[in-house]
Design a protein around this ligand. Structure first.
Ligand code: CA2
Length: 159
């Protein structure tokens, strides 16, 4: 599904997915993940979406199957996905298969630089099915991910 902007022009619709524990952002472990809450990030992305003329819809779940269901439901509804799969980045073949299955261009984002952290965070099951990955810029990773995705979609399919 595509949306229209205030001038009636067609725009892309982008789904932002947040994985497990990201609902705790700004409330727990601020030294690791910062003081910005998930609501702050979603608000910033909606605002960025307005200036890019894209519709942004956000969803968070702590459950792998719920994230898989959201990816399936995105088919025909959203033209792109920005996902921070959280710890499922390093474990989930199911999320990887869902992204590959719907073939919706997807950008993987991380708040922290996962390559500076423990070795188990250095492997992503999602990266091989993503357009690209942004890691290490705090909440700015999401904004950069949205910009990169919209740029990619407009190159592929100008509206
Ligand atoms: O850096 C990222 O964005 C991560 O996806 C965050 C995940 C971690 O497992 C990945 O390796 C990298 C963890 C998210 C946990 O979020 C919390 C936020 C506040 C308090 C506790 C956890």
């Amino acid at each position: 599904m595509t949306a229209t902007d205030s001038t009636g022009n067609l725009t892309h619709s982008i789904l932002v997915l947040h994985g497990p524990n990201l609902n705790l952002l700004g409330q727990r472990e601020p030294t690791v993940y910062g003081a910005t809450t998930l609501a702050d990030i979603n608000q910033m992305l909606e605002q960025e979406g307005r200036s890019l003329r894209v519709k942004v819809t956000a969803f968070q779940s702590n459950h792998e199957g719920a994230l898989v269901d959201a990816i399936h439901a995105a088919f025909g509804q959203h033209q792109g996905i920005v996902i921070n799969p959280g710890a499922y980045t390093h474990t989930s073949v199911a999320i990887r298969d869902a992204i590959a299955g719907v073939a919706i261009p997807t950008v993987e984002v991380h708040l922290s630089n996962v390559y500076k952290r423990e070795a188990f965070r250095h492997h992503s099951y999602i990266a091989p099915v993503a357009v690209g990955q942004i890691s290490g810029f705090g909440s700015e990773s999401y904004r950069l991910g949205l910009l990169a995705l919209v740029h990619y979609l407009r190159q592929q399919n100008p509206m």
